[in-house]
Structures are given as structure tokens and as C-alpha cells.
Write a protein that binds this ligand. Structure first.
Ligand code: AMP
Length: 398
């Protein structure tokens, strides 16, 4: 069975065609500048060279047609006909409280995705556009929605309720949802398999540290708590997002800088995080690492603040679960930045969790990076959200 995985942004579309026989990627690519002048498709068949094709893509519909054409192209294609695609799996950012698992898309599902537009105004409209464009381009082919928020749906009220007037929860569903759920779900289950832990009882903490970052705690693969909230702004320090702050800062800065709440939210989402802490140097950890090595004090402080915040979340989650079996690192920083893994793990000695510098000198592969006598396993586990989406899609359409 071949599954097409789609991740649609407002002006972009990422895709992978995965052969589920051996879970191998047959081709992957990206459409950029959809709806903008200069639309371009970059398509990479497995083992082949990148192929760029510039052509107008006024909407996602034309973009998906370009993807279909690329997949069957006589020079760059990987399948003879789109009939070989059994189903399409879509990443959908917000499912509200309606979805605690992936679902085959129906008219009701689309209506529920629409209902969450105000909870994820940048993502959900684009995700729905992608689904509708696939329906139009491949009539009758099943589409599956895989929600970033589904993993967080197993949180109990004590974890998901904000201490706000209850009516906001009742009227507007203001609660904690959590994001990166597909990744947290995938990595926590991979950890259980990789380490041979009890699938029902394993206590696992996953640090998904990419440009966006979040930490989760799960027991037996079910989410107990996760650091992002109503939106992906809450939690740890990120590339450009502040993570947790005193909410009163919003009013304070709005008054002093004469900003609207919307403008302040833009600052918190796009100009904060390590970018803000380094006075605009960079949102990319590689640049911050380099500057810190050269003695840049703001970069040094930004790294320490970043490690400290993640370590505090880990500590909180150990308490929430009354223990932990494994602490996993994943995503761009988690998989590639040994300094970040070491810096965070330096706070975990009280757990009897110790990193092994030699084992930690690794990138992008499943590996235990704690010392042999470490009481808690520290693990590097690359995430694979596309494969997770393809697996869910296969399960639902089989
Ligand atoms: P992601 O959002 O998971 O794609 O992660 C992207 C982020 O990973 C980038 O912004 C970088 O900060 C970080 N990253 C990627 N490679 C490295 C590396 N070798 N060292 C440090 N950080 C890295």
C-alpha cells in the first residue's frame, strides 16, 4: 500500500509518498509560494536528484495537481499512475476536543476542523484547503486527518484546565490541548519498543526540541501532561516563541510600547525565544551555540535559560508521574545538538540520570546516551511525523 502524506501550510505544501510494504519513502517534496508570485515545486525521488519546477499555483488545488504530475512524471516520477496511491494522510493542527485519534475525513470531520479555525487560525484553514484540494484532485480516494492535538486528549482535567473563570472553558473550550502530538505519540511508543519497557506502565518524557519545542509526559504511551497549551505558545523557550511568561507582561509592554494585544502576540510568537534573548542574533540553535563558544554573553545566557526551562519541565513531569523510566530527545535540536542534551541532562543528577559524553556524541539515530549505571535511560530517538501519519492512515483505510 502506498500512502501520500500531506502537510499543508497557508502558502506551502510538504509531501511524502511512503510505501508501507517496507515503510520506505518513495519521493518527497515541497510546494512553496502557493497563491504568491513565483510558485515552485521541489520534488526529490528516493535516490534521485532534486527537481525544481516553477509554475503558477494560485491555490492548493493547482499545487496538488503539480505533486500528482511529479509523482507520475516519466523522468522524475516514482509511480506509473496515481491509482497506485491508496489514501492520503493529512496533518491537521487543531482538532479541538472532538478528536482523540485520527479519522477518515467525512463532511462532519471537515465541519469540525472548520470549527477550530479560531483556535489555529494560521494552520487549520490551510489544512482543510489541502484536504479539499486532494478530494478534488483524486475523487473517491480516502483522506485521513491526523491531529496534532489528539495525543493531548488523554490529559485529565487537573492537567488541562486553566485556573480561569470556568465559563471560558464552557463557552470557548479554553483549555490546554498540547501540540506536536504526532511526534510525542510516535517517540514515546518508539521508546517503549526500543528499550523493551512495559507497554502499559512505562513512564516516558519526550523533549521535542525543534524550532517549535514541547515536552510531554506519558504513561503507557498515553499523555499525562504536555507543555504547550491552548496554542503552541506555552511551555519551554523556543526559537522565536517565548513559552511561559507572566501574562501581566502583555499589558505592561502594550502600555509602555503602545502596542495592541495582537501586536504583542506577534512579538511573543515571532520575536521572542532564543531570538529575543540574544537581542535578535538568531532563532537557530547552531548560531547561538557558535556565538556562545565565542564568549557572547547573551548567547551563553540564552542557552542556559533554554536548558534550565526544559529541565524544570522534566522535573515537574517526574513529579506528575511519580517517576520516570526514560527521557527522550527528538526533533532538530534534540537529535542534532549534543550540547543541548548535555546541558539539560546536567540538571538530572538527582534522578540518578547521567549522560555518557561518548555515547552522546551522535546525531539522528536511535541510541541510549546515558551511562550504563544511569537509573533513568536518556535516549536519542529521531521523530518521524510523516511515517506516523502514514501508519495511522494505513490502519484506518485497510
Ligand atoms: P525542526 O523544527 O525540528 O526542524 O528543528 C529545526 C531547528 O533544529 C533549527 O532551527 C536549529 O535550531 C536546530 N538544529 C538543527 N541542526 C542542528 C545542529 N546540528 N545543532 C544545533 N541545532 C540544530
Amino acid at each position: 500500500m502506498k500512502i501520500l502524506v500531506m502537510n499543508c501550510g497557508s502558502s506551502s505544501l510538504k509531501y511524502q509518498l511512503i510505501d508501507m510494504e517496507n515503510e520506505s519513502v518513495l519521493a518527497k517534496g515541497l510546494c512553496e509560494r502557493i497563491g504568491i508570485e513565483g510558485s515552485v515545486l521541489t520534488h526529490t525521488p528516493a535516490g534521485g536528484d532534486k527537481w525544481k519546477c516553477e509554475s503558477p499555483m494560485p491555490t492548493h488545488k493547482e499545487a496538488i495537481q503539480m505533486v500528482m504530475d511529479a509523482l507520475v512524471d516519466k523522468d522524475h516520477g516514482v509511480i506509473a499512475s496515481t491509482d497506485e496511491i491508496s489514501a492520503v494522510g493529512h496533518r491537521v493542527v487543531h482538532g479541538g476536543t472532538a478528536f482523540s485519534a485520527s479519522v477518515v475525513v467525512t463532511e462532519e470531520v471537515k465541519a469540525a476542523i472548520k470549527e477550530c479555525f479560531d483556535l489555529a487560525p494560521l494552520h487549520n484553514p490551510a489544512n482543510l484547503m489541502g484536504i479539499e484540494a486532494c478530494e478534488a484532485a483524486m475523487p473517491g480516494k480516502p483522506n485521513v486527518a491526523v491531529f496534532d492535538t489528539a495525543f493531548g486528549m488523554s490529559m485529565e482535567p487537573k492537567a488541562y484546565l486553566y485556573a480561569l473563570p470556568y465559563e471560558y472553558y464552557e463557552k470557548y473550550k479554553v483549555r490546554r490541548y498540547g501540540f506536536h502530538g504526532t511526534s510525542h505519540d510516535f517517540v514515546s511508543h518508539e521508546a517503549i519498543k526500543f528499550l523493551g519497557l512495559d507497554p502499559e506502565k512505562a513512564k516516558v518524557i519526550v523533549c521535542h526540541l525543534g524550532n517549535g519545542a514541547s515536552v510531554s509526559a506519558s504513561i503507557g504511551g498515553k499523555c499525562v501532561d504536555t507543555s504547550m497549551g491552548l496554542t503552541p505558545l506555552e511551555g519551554v523557550i523556543m526559537g522565536t516563541r517565548s513559552g511561559d511568561i507572566d501574562p501581566a507582561i502583555v499589558q505592561f509592554i502594550c502600555n509602555h510600547e503602545n502596542l495592541s494585544v495582537d501586536e504583542m502576540l506577534n512579538v511573543l510568537n515571532k520575536k521572542s525565544g532564543v531570538l529575543g534573548l540574544t537581542a535578535g542574533l538568531s532563532s537557530d540553535m547552531r548560531d547561538i551555540d557558535e556565538a556562545a563558544e565565542k564568549g557572547d554573553q547573551k548567547a551563553i545566557d540564552a542557552l542556559e535559560a533554554y536548558y534550565f526551562r526544559v529541565a524544570k519541565y522534566i522535573g515537574g513531569y517526574v513529579a506528575a508521574m511519580n517517576g520516570v523510566d526514560a527521557i527522550c530527545f527528538t526533533a532538530g535540536i534534540g537529535e542534532n545538538d549534543k550540547g543541548a542534551r548535555k546541558g539539560i541532562s546536567a540538571y538530572l543528577g538527582y534522578l540518578g540520570a547521567f549522560i555518557d559524553d561518548e555515547k552522546n556524541n551522535v546525531r539522528g539515530e536511535n541510541r541510549i546516551i546515558s551511562t550504563d549505571d544511569s537509573k533513568v535511560k536518556i535516549v536519542l530517538l529521531p521523530t518521524n511525523e510523516e511515517l506516523a501519519i502514514a501508519r495511522d492512515t494505513q490502519k484506518l483505510v485497510k
